[in-house]
Design a protein around this ligand. Sequence first.
Ligand code: FAD
Length: 443
Amino acid sequence: MLKRRSLIKAMAATGFGGTLIAALPGCSLPKVPMLGEMGAKTRKAGEPAHVVVIGGGFGGASVAKYLKRFDSSVNVTLIEPKQNYMTCPGSNWYLAGLVDAKFITHNYDALKTKHGVSVIHSMVTKVSPSAMQVTLKDGRVLDYDRLVVSPGIDFNYDAIEGYSEANINDIPHAYQAGPQTEILYKQLREMPQGGTFVMCPPGNPFRCPPGPYERASMVADFFKRENPTAKIVILDAKEKFSKQGLFQEGWAQLYGDMIEWIPASSGGKVLRVDAATKTVFTDFGEHKADVLNIIPPQKAGKIAFTAGLTNEKGWCPINQKTFESTIHPNIHVIGDSSISGKMPKSGHSAASQGKMCAAAIVSLLNGKDVPVGKNVNTCYSLVSADYGISVAAVYVLNAEGQIVGVKDAGGVSPKGADTAFRLMEAKYADGWYKAIAMDLWKS
Ligand SMILES: Cc1cc2nc3c(=O)[nH]c(=O)nc-3n(C[C@H](O)[C@H](O)[C@H](O)COP(=O)(O)OP(=O)(O)OC[C@H]3O[C@@H](n4cnc5c(N)ncnc54)[C@H](O)[C@@H]3O)c2cc1C
């Protein structure tokens, strides 16, 4: 009789891995010992390992694809509820009307058919680190030899009085792309002429440090064409923000006084919100919005909490060389949920970590030394359709095992650059998006 693990491999090769696993609810695989940096186990010769990946976003899609690329004998099962994943990168461009929803939406066909990843469209509801099993929403139980957790972010809904999950469809955060993005898109188009768009970004750390400011830029780009007397007020929980000088230079040049940015010390910190009237209250008074976009403080994705992978601050501590959790062995955490040293919470970071994590897992499974590579991040933002700015960095592991930036590698766009330079960076932004989407979901 074929072993279940061999069957999974055979079915994955024909694209039916998910179906097979579905047919074997609760069926347990014999545990294959493995060699782990935390001294866990060693793998039996010739036995294929099973790696389960939670989440098919930037981190999860990357680790799933590159696990198969680095060792095609490893069985990889990706669990992701969405059939079609809309990326946050590019979602601000969509709000401006520069790209359509299709441009930023991807499916898992290439991962299944070109790379032999078994994709199951479901949610993981439970992780049992000691049993090395995950439970899906429909009750199916999967064994793993290594688990990768890349669930993105969740929100601290209790952080602002009056703000809750119950009112996000009236005041969308649009910080997980999909239905929330569509709501904000519609609200911006229905806003009265001369109305006010109020955006409230959170304190650090949060997903995509330049994200809110690119969004303000893209909303201004749209308003300039469709609603030229409208106003944008940014009530910020911080004193400064990513690429601030570059954004503000672009705003002054392109949008005059349309965008007003108010730091925390000048009344930017939101204390209370009345969702019904779209009014926010700060120490310095109140602001009434026509469209209100509160981006609440964030924490690791929900399953990271359920699995017991988070610290007191709500993020997942890891060994920054292998991305293995320092709380539970054999579980790796990548992307926004992880504490990955100095790397920002970005799609590019998550994709880079996915590749490094895949290399680490394949090495651990095969009893080899984990390679020490370099991580990268590039973050392009559009200030208008033909005005781009960027920040880039290279990261290494230091002697203390922390991911840190390499001095003088990377940098930010120059201030005072001419229009040709900004146009070139806008084209690079488009190229960056197409390249990373091609790498993770299309090729
Ligand atoms: C407006 C905006 C603009 C941005 N622009 C950029 C940019 O230009 N460049 C850039 O690099 N980054 C950008 N980002 C940041 C980027 O979107 C995130 O950093 C990136 O998506 C993180 O990847 P991840 O894999 O950690 O999470 P995600 O990409 O969010 O993927 C997580 C996935 O896990 C799934 N999931 C969650 N829980 C479970 C579960 N229990 N079971 C199964 N699946 C689960 C979710 O459905 C989701 O698909 C932007 C973000 C925003 C909000």
